[in-house]
Ligand binder design. Structure first.
Ligand code: ADP
Length: 527
């Protein structure tokens, strides 16, 4: 696939933008929303708790109102019947005391041995000295709620005045178990959906067991005006579920944030690699221009030099003249090969189609081409071994392109053979492919470079390679020719031991040609 840095960068930038947007969404919207849901839930719980506490307190206050209305301080003779009536009514009262604000004993019931213990217990909690009696409003009910060593004390009291202007404090000692039943009745509905408990300030359970304050949706509310030593606690029954949902949501959000961050870093890495690749490509192009100029300049100078000698007629013998003609011929041939290669390369780069597919016997075409070349390389001291299998069938291929690819391989073997001047060319067929292999015993290619050598403009880093003239396009052309036939080119090489390049061209039978031609001639643009 062609590498298009700009497209890659564009895609990477889009990924970054999308990831950043996703991250913003999840961190600000989802997490924010999640917090909002939590806050709402907590607020709802608190509101509900307050509502129930208010409801219970209102019932106690209403009860007090009835009690206060039942007691009249005008006529002491009626007090026994009034008290009796109050105690028998279902108003949660254990005992009623009529007190003078400045007297330590009740005026009713009259103090006697009979009530001594009861009064003593009442008085130990209900201490007149501790009550700010002067601030009391007439006929307004007040409450005293206290802890005792093993239980609690709760009383309602009201200051009343008779027609003679004498003030009497009426105290109702409340029955705690009935108060607790009142709590139970009023909290029953709430208990359907919540764990409910009432505790004192030391977190001792008064009604139910104390709840764990560390539960996420725990909330508590004081009974502010009546049972003010107690606190209502509650936690939603499905709090584990709620916590789990919140935890899952948080985990999902975290996952998306991490994934987005990874994508951002990945995209940045892609951008960096694209930039690096672009830089390398520019560098390779610059090298290519200088290499090509150099490759053209050298033969041109030789041609110019020898033709000048010939023109000036300074040559003595016919042999020398022939030798100069041959040098000029060889150098111009080398130049024309280079220029042809460049033109082919330019065509390939522009994706120009090859339309010269025809019935071709690859072994025959290459052996003929090789014969013309054989003399030239043998003259340079090379031993060339050629083996072509007899059974290579005709195939549907572009003979010129195959010859061009083959000569690129052969040329490289000659260029990079060093002192080991032996080249072996083998043509055969295996598993539906014509295999053309070119082996040399030359400098070889390190494993780390083998995947790069087919890139356009790439030249090996070895000084032995750099010393030899080259443009870095030969193998790119060869690879392209292989691919446009549906084949491939393989390399086996080890530094110092030589290299074998194998061009594999699939054997296509000619009848398919029409269809194939359109398929093959769409040969990919060189990458
Ligand atoms: P050029 O030969 O002009 O440098 P190529 O595309 O033909 O460009 O080859 C690319 C690189 O592959 C060469 O520069 C060289 O490093 C390596 N190479 C190709 N053929 C051989 C070979 N037969 N022996 C050693 N190295 C080779």
């Amino acid at each position: 696939m062609p590498f298009v840095p700009n497209l890659v960068i564009f895609i990477a930038v889009c990924i970054i933008a999308a990831s950043t947007a996703a991250m913003c969404f999840f961190s600000y919207y989802t997490l924010g929303r999640e917090n909002l849901v939590e806050v709402n839930l907590t607020q709802t719980n608190e509101k509900l708790a307050k509502q129930y506490v208010d409801q219970i307190e209102q019932k106690i206050v209403d009860n007090d109102g009835i009690l206060s209305g039942m007691i009249d301080v005008e006529d002491p003779s009626k007090w026994p019947s009034m008290v009796d009536y109050v105690l028998r009514a279902d108003l949660n009262v254990d005992q009623v005391y009529f007190l003078k604000p400045d007297n330590n004993y009740p005026i009713y019931p009259p103090y006697s041995n009979e009530i001594r213990n009861e009064w003593g217990a009442f008085q130990s909690s209900f201490k007149l000295k501790e009550l700010n009696l002067n601030s009391l409003t007439l006929n307004q009910v007040n409450h005293l709620h206290k802890e005792r060593p093993n239980n609690y004390f709760f009383a309602s009291y009201v200051l009343k005045e008779n027609s003679k202007g004498s003030r009497i404090l009426v105290c109702f000692q409340m029955n705690l178990s009935r108060i607790k039943s009142l709590l139970g009745e009023n909290l029953r509905k709430l208990q359907d959906k919540y764990y409910v408990s009432i505790v004192d300030y030391d977190n001792n359970g008064v009604y139910g067991q104390p709840l764990s304050r560390s539960s996420k949706y725990f909330c508590e509310t004081r009974f502010s005006s009546t049972l003010y030593k107690w606190i209502l606690q509650m936690v939603p029954r499905n709090y584990t579920e709620l916590e789990l949902t919140a935890k899952n949501q948080r985990r999902n959000s975290l996952f998306f944030i991490i994934a987005s961050t990874c994508l951002i870093f990945f995209s940045l890495a892609v951008i960096y690699m694209a930039w690096q690749r672009d830089r390398q490509l520019r560098q390779l192009k610059e090298n290519f221009i200088s290499n090509v100029s150099h490759e053209l300049k050298t033969p041109l100078s030789l041609i110019r030099m020898f033709s000048e000698i010939l023109v000036l007629g300074r040559i003595k013998g016919e042999d020398k003249r022939q030798e100069y003609y041959r040098i000029i011929y060889n150098e111009s041939d080398r130049m024309s090969r280079l220029i042809n290669n460049l033109l082919d390369f330019a065509h390939l780069i522009r994706g120009i189609e090859y339309k010269h597919f025809e019935r071709t016997n690859i072994a025959r075409v290459l052996s003929e081409a090789l014969e013309a070349y054989r003399y030239e390389i043998q003259k340079d001291g090379f031993q060339l071994d050629f083996e072509a299998s007899e059974d290579v069938p005709d195939s549907f291929a572009d003979p010129n392109a195959i010859v061009m690819a083959f000569f690129n391989l052969l040329d490289n073997s000659v260029k990079y053979s060093g002192d080991q001047k032996r080249i072996i060319v083998r043509i055969g067929q295996t598993k539906g492919f014509v295999n053309i292999s070119v082996s040399d015993k030359g400098v070889g290619i390190p494993a780390s470079e083998q995947h790069k050598i087919f890139d356009k403009f790439y030249r090996g880093n070895d000084p032995a390679i750099r010393r030899v003239r080259g443009s870095g396009i030969g193998l790119a052309i060869t690879k392209h020719v292989a691919e446009m036939h549906g084949g491939e080119v393989l390399v086996e090489s080890a530094p110092g031991k030589g290299s074998t390049f194998t061009l594999m061209i699939p054997i296509r039978s000619v009848p398919e040609d029409e269809e194939l031609q359109s398929g093959i001639s769409m040969g990919a643009q060189i990458s």
